[in-house]
Write a protein that binds this ligand. Sequence first.
Ligand SMILES: N[C@H](CCC[C@H](N)C(=O)O)C(=O)O
Length: 301
Amino acid sequence: MRNETESFGQSAPLEVKLEWKIKALRGGTTMEFWKINGNGNDFITLDMLAAQKPAHELAELARRLCRRRASVGADGLLIVEPSAGAHFRMRLFNADGSEAEMCGNGARCIARFAYERGVAPAEMTFETLAGVMRARVEGSFAEIDLGEQSFAPDWIDRPLTMDGAAFRSCFLWVGVPHLVLFAPEELSRDDCRRIGRAFRADASLFPQGCNVNFARPVGRGELSAVTYERGVEDLTDSCGTGSVAAALSAGLLFGMDSPIEVHNPGGTNRVAFERLDGTRFRTVLGGDTAVVAKGELGPDA
Ligand SMILES: N[C@H](CCC[C@H](N)C(=O)O)C(=O)O
């Protein structure tokens, strides 16, 4: 006979199951979630306006819920918390449990969630660790005013090589750190994953890690971008802040004008920007969002 602990295997600890049962017996609500994606960058979204959890519990929840086969599966966990000065506060925990300062697609998804649930009006503000964002929702379209971004002068058009592959690169923060790489030829997804992982792990260049965007001009005002994401530690199907980083870098390196359509494998983000001076920009990120499920987390999620 299998013992009690073994039989639970990957499933929830006993106390979680009991807490669940008690809640259900009392007729209380279990945890409701929405699964939303922004051009294929997918998030489990929870409303924690009424009761907040400490960061270590949210990190653990993210690690559990984001497992692709054993649980709901996602690139990250988005949380709505109360805010004193804005309509709400957004928190994003990556699939590995790390908390990110900002997330462009996540911000677009949470804006839609907040609007449709009556937490905020269609034009709203919300707090993030990277400052207060302004957002606008219209149907499934959501856009975020990201405020100002600036490039460090020594990180504009810096040549970099990795395993014999040569790149023109730019590095900038769009709430989170991004290394944008332009290669003379298109790289395979395996190469992007391998090279992305190597740069992401290079603490001498990027002490806080980085997201790595492989960008290519593909037409007038159009880029393609493949992103290796910090915290997911793999390629994702789309990255909002990465789309911004790629577009601003293309503005500087190739003189591409605003707006730029950034084609990610999972869909297109539109980046509109205004150049304030040689290295500073103001940016708005827009694109589609998709609500693919509204449900209740089960005890083993
Ligand atoms: N996917 C996100 C970025 C998440 C940030 C995260 N991966 C990190 O830097 O830790 C976006 O749409 O902007």
